[in-house]
Design a protein around this ligand. Structure first.
Ligand SMILES: C[S@@+](CC[C@H](N)C(=O)[O-])C[C@H]1O[C@@H](n2cnc3c(N)ncnc32)[C@H](O)[C@@H]1O
Ligand SMILES: [Zn+2]
Length: 444
């Protein structure tokens, strides 16, 4: 008996549970959408391609996705076509961002959107259905392309499908929005994406280890930048990614302004608006620079410019310090854009809306300062017990400093106070807490 499987799943566990029968999704075709004989040009051997599909619903969009082997060590790669239900949060935020962008453009100007590395096509199919952009889905994997065509034929006839190397397509054609959502590093696609894009570039990086300094040499090779394996490595990673995009795009007399950038789970994602002209590109270069970090005392400072100058020993403890960069020193978010995205998320149909809202609201609230301090680490160094983050934020503000939480880490603060001041505030707070506990009447 033919059955289609329905998933509204954000998690693999739920994905495994959600199944509906043929009556709920009428189709005359077998769910073995690609049981076809093709000749492999490489091996010159015949092989049969099977892509067994399920029907997924994300947002308000129905999509045929490859059926995953839930017992595999990494289910998203268990099928011949890649599909990761756990990236629903990323796709929800993407849809909301595209809604805001589309609204900011005139109705007459229907944006084109390319998912250059589309897999099953789910990301772009949602953008077509839920935002009504003019979508092209591309994948160089034949089975992925066939699944995309199947989705277009059966569910989304307005979408275009192409079967090209992403860099070939991006070099030939321009698109309003270019989405680069690859396996691992986006680095091989950034140059061609910068050439192609006219309005907004959306980039995912899952190579967080190279970007954040855990795989140092790979990070240097891919991004031509020195990463930093510090407590704020996720922020440095996002800034190196944006810095790379900026350095690639300016040669085309284009510029970027980051609208929303977040580090969530195993990936980084940034949405950058694209401008044109040599003056805008020059301004963009001015947002690049370096972070100086003293590994002895934790003092850090920024050095603007592509050619680092004025490097001395640590201003606090006079030890030599490390440099990370070149990377993006400017804002990571545009608060108005982010607020509009939150409004779309709360008004729309998104299964991950609570989580998406929490991430973006924290992005809105976080200070624009470069780097953050993990105050739990500082308390350990000072041999003091933990304290609530709100207490530290309030104390910093009382002392005349700016202070905020950050979406990058639950135990960290962003502040314009330097490390010496921060340690003093923490010491004072700990001493006060100790005094208060001594003043308390003994337990009876
Ligand atoms: C992570 S998956 C895409 C996931 C998809 N964007 C989503 O949201 O579900 C990456 C895809 O890139 C495709 N790919 C890898 N290298 C490519 C290239 N050079 N040109 C085009 N597609 C490529 C792979 O076949 C794979 O389907
Ligand atoms: Zn120092």
């Amino acid at each position: 008996m033919r059955r289609h499987h329905l998933t509204t799943a954000g998690s693999l566990k739920e994905y495994g549970k959600a199944i509906i029968s043929e009556q709920r999704f009428r189709s005359s075709e077998s769910c073995f959408t690609h049981m076809k004989l093709v000749r492999s040009s490489l091996s010159q051997r015949s092989r049969v391609l099977f892509v067994q599909t399920d029907l997924a619903i994300e947002g308000t969009t129905r999509v045929l996705v490859p059926r995953l082997d839930l017992s595999a060590s990494y289910p998203p790669s268990s099928a011949p076509v890649f599909y990761n239900p756990q990236m629903e949060l990323s796709r929800d935020i993407n849809v909301a961002c595209m809604k805001v962008l589309a609204e900011e453009r005139s109705a007459a100007h229907r944006l084109t959107y390319l998912d250059a590395l589309a897999g099953s096509g789910i990301r772009g199919l949602r953008v077509s259905n839920e935002v009504n952009l003019s979508v092209t889905l591309n994948d160089n994997n034949l089975e992925a392309y066939r699944l995309i065509k199947e989705n277009v034929k059966r569910l989304h006839p307005n979408v275009e499908a192409t079967h090209l190397d992403a860099n070939v397509l991006l070099s030939r054609t321009t698109f309003g929005v270019v989405d680069i959502d690859p396996f691992g590093s986006p680095a091989p696609f950034i140059d061609a994406a910068c050439r192609s894009v006219r309005e907004m570039l959306c980039v995912t990086a899952t190579d967080t280890a190279p970007l954040s300094g855990a795989h140092f040499n790979a990070g240097v090779r891919r991004y031509s930048a020195v990463p930093a394996n510090t407590e704020y490595h996720a922020e440095t990673g996002v800034r190196i990614l944006i810095g790379k995009i900026a350095r690639e795009i300016v040669k085309y007399d284009k510029a970027i302004v980051p609208m929303l950038s977040h580090a969530t789970g195993h990936y980084y994602r940034t949405y950058v608006l694209v401008g044109t002209g040599a003056a805008a590109a020059d301004k963009c270069i001015n947002e690049l620079g370096y972070i100086g970090h003293c590994t002895k005392c934790g003092h850090r400072y920024i050095i603007p410019g592509l050619a680092p100058s004025g490097i001395s020993d640590c201003a606090v403890c006079e030890a030599q310090h490390d440099l990370a960069g070149p990377l993006w020193l400017g804002s990571l978010h545009d608060r108005q854009f982010c607020a509009n995205v939150v409004a779309k998320i709360t008004a729309g149909v998104f299964r991950t809306s609570k989580q998406a809202q929490r991430i973006i609201e924290r992005c809105i609230d976080e200070l624009d300062t470069v780097t953050f301090f993990d105050y739990h680490e500082l308390l350990k160094e000072l041999q003091q017990p933990p304290m609530p983050i709100e207490q530290l934020l309030a104390a910093l503000r009382r002392s005349g400093y700016q202070a905020s939480r950050t979406h990058f880490s639950g135990t960290s603060v962003k502040t314009d106070a330097d490390v010496t001041t921060l340690k003093k505030v923490l010491r004072d707070l700990s001493a006060n807490a100790m005094l208060q506990s001594h003043d308390m009447p003994p337990d009876r």
